[in-house]
Design a protein around this ligand. Sequence first.
Ligand SMILES: [Zn+2]
Length: 114
Amino acid sequence: MGKVMTWVVIGLLVWGAWRLWTISRVRAERARDAARAAGDPPAAAGGNDGDAAEAGREPRRPNAPELMMQCAVCGVHLPGSEARFSGGKVYCSDAHRDAAGVAGPVDATRRDGR
Ligand SMILES: [Zn+2]
């Protein structure tokens, strides 16, 4: 009988250790998910330091998109790969690049035409 009790105790200890390990793993995953889901509130609570917090947080995101650019014409933000560059400025589309950048050349062409 004593041997049986010993095995029961050992089994309970093993089961308890396994449960602790599982719970701690689940807790770590939940904490990570919660931190990811609640990533914005802390920055918002920062108030005026929101920009600094955001700048520090940006590179940490695994799925962070590339650098965001701002159109010089309409001010819309877009990824760098979709941006048009002309004269050191950024535009969201060919239309806006033309609208902002072609003004000079068009005048020159018109002068030539006349
Ligand atoms: Zn634009």
